[in-house]
Design a protein around this ligand. Structure first.
Ligand code: CP
Length: 302
């Protein structure tokens, strides 16, 4: 594995598979009464979250603790960034404290590359603007792989705000790398200009897009990154592009309904769907912990 994990492109197919296999071993450890292993003893992990997060931050923090690492939590709002210190100087300050792995989330695309240029350790991208979220893609792939044994030949439909989602970019790269067929479904105003280069099918009808799906992935409306006026309103969006209760009757019994979270009930997904027997949304969170342990393992073993 390379020194940094900034996009899914940093992983070969065999490295991807190795992370999944090792993730399975870590998932088993997480069911034991004593869930701690010494793999990262003596290593220091810096959690640099410049943007809010529940799942990703807590999952990385717990993964590091389960592996016996020391953790430094950097909080932008109480840091010297508030005294106009630059990200470069902030990161060089942390580097002087000899942190081994930096987990970085930022609202601007590309910040993990800036961090990587100024430190001696490794960088894991925990989400940068609308660019990339590779560890979400790894946990999503794991969740599908665990159920189906492979992604090859599966039909995966992604419904929601495609244009502003970093998850979708990483998921599409990962799903295609592992041989799945991907369909996206979104309003025309939330279709990225680069759609023809993505290697996916586009369908503007949720009913049609999910017809033969093995996996249905809902995506949150990324209001924090959107200009206004891209959809008439959330009620109309839910009517045409929401994963609504009505779809439940027509689903193949083995279909997985996924969502990276946080979910907005009644907008991109109805509560009846999010809480249905098809939903693996909470399983994704559990798998996030196991796969992030595996990512740490692969970085320190590299
Ligand atoms: N899926 C995800 O990245 O969630 P958080 O923003 O809560 O980390």
């Amino acid at each position: 594995m390379r020194k940094h994990l900034i996009t899914v492109d940093d992983l070969s197919k065999s490295e991807f598979m190795s992370i999944l296999e090792q993730g399975k071993a870590f998932k088993e450890i997480l069911t034991r009464p004593i869930k701690k292993i010494p793999t990262l003893r003596g290593k220091t992990i810096g959690l640099l979250f410049f943007e809010p997060s529940t799942r990703t931050k807590l999952s990385f923090e717990l993964a590091a603790k389960r592996m016996s690492a020391d953790i430094v939590n950097f909080t932008a709002s109480s840091s010297s960034l508030k005294k106009d210190e630059s990200i470069k100087d902030t990161v060089m300050t942390l580097d002087a404290m000899k942190i081994d792995i930096y987990v970085v989330r930022h609202s601007s695309p590309g910040v993990p590359y800036i961090v990587a240029d100024h430190i001696r350790g490794s960088v894991i991208n925990a989400g940068d603007g609308a660019h990339s979220h590779p560890t979400q893609a790894i946990l999503d792939v794991y969740t599908i792989w665990e159920r189906f044994g492979t992604l090859k030949g599966l039909n995966i439909t992604i419904v929601g705000d495609i244009k502003y989602s970093r998850v979708v970019r990483s998921d599409i790269d990962a799903f295609l790398k592992l041989g799945a067929h991907v369909t996206i479904c979104t309003p025309r105003t939330l279709l990225p200009f680069s759609v023809s280069s993505l290697g996916v099918k586009v369908n503007f009808s949720v009913k049609e897009a999910i017809k033969n799906a093995d996996v249905i992935m809902g995506l949150r409306m990324q209001k924090e990154r959107q200009d206004s006026g891209l959809i008439p309103d959330e009620v109309e969006y839910n009517h045409f592009f929401g994963l609504k209760e009505e779809i439940l009757g027509s689903l193949n019994p083995k279909v997985l309904v996924m969502h990276p979270g946080p979910i907005n009930r009644g907008i991109e997904i109805d509560g009846e769907v999010a809480d249905s027997e098809f939903s693996v949304i909470n399983e994704q969170v559990t798998n996030g912990l196991a796969t992030r342990m595996s990512i740490f393992y692969h970085l320190v073993e590299a």
